[in-house]
Design a protein around this ligand. Sequence first.
Ligand SMILES: [Zn+2]
Length: 97
Amino acid sequence: MSELKPCPFCEGKARFERIGNARRSTVVVCEDCGCRHESGFVGHMAYAGWNNRPHENKLKADAVRDSIGSVSCKGDTQYDVLRQLEEYADKLEKGEL
Ligand SMILES: [Zn+2]
């Protein structure tokens, strides 16, 4: 994960106001609405505080899982598609996508 997600409130562009280190916190700000998030994440993990969206991830994963019941393919293809959808939903829920 190497870029900041859009603002969770207005979908605006987010940027680092400050990247933290051992002494200072990381601050991310939305350029549109001014929403700010301060966290103790530093270095390559600086993105984690802002980008971590467990509720959003769960909603997306649930939507994929809900669609699984409507998948209909022939033979082995259906098994592969269902398996891929389940793996996709798991990754969504873990925030890996
Ligand atoms: Zn915003």
